[in-house]
Design a protein around this ligand. Sequence first.
Ligand code: HEC
Length: 129
Amino acid sequence: MRALLLVILGLAVGAMGATFALSALRQGTPFHSGVMAVMQHHMGALRANVRAKQCDAKGNASHLARMRETAGDIRDAFPEMEASFFQVDDTLLTALDGAVAAAPTTCEALVAALKPVGDACQSCHQQFR
Ligand code: HEC
């Protein structure tokens, strides 16, 4: 009898745990945080490459392209912002277009290409974050 009760208790606790896990999953990550986190990831990867002095053209191009694509979602991720927010957003997009077009093949070129990008991230965060 006691063993049976324990089994039933175990099942009940397990079911509760599953319910909590499911609702946590459903809540998910807000889109705007996701967009920023993805850009941060690629920015961080490029900066790590610079620190390691390993800036191959292919890696640079792919991280820059992914950052540019993700930045294209900022507008959708922050629909309710004022006009000046989207001006800084445009500055970032222009900086990223420039960085992608520059197609840096060395760490020096990558640092130069990232400078206006980092400035745009910072400028927006100072004003709106
Ligand atoms: C046009 C404005 C704007 C630009 C440009 C911008 N951000 Fe953000 N970022 C924000 C705002 C606003 C928040 C705060 C969002 C919130 O928490 O609701 C934020 C938050 C973040 C966060 C924290 C995310 C979280 O919720 O945990 C990271 C990381 C981040 N940005 C990285 C970047 C990087 C890297 C760049 C440049 C490649 C960048 N951002 C460019 C507006 C911007």
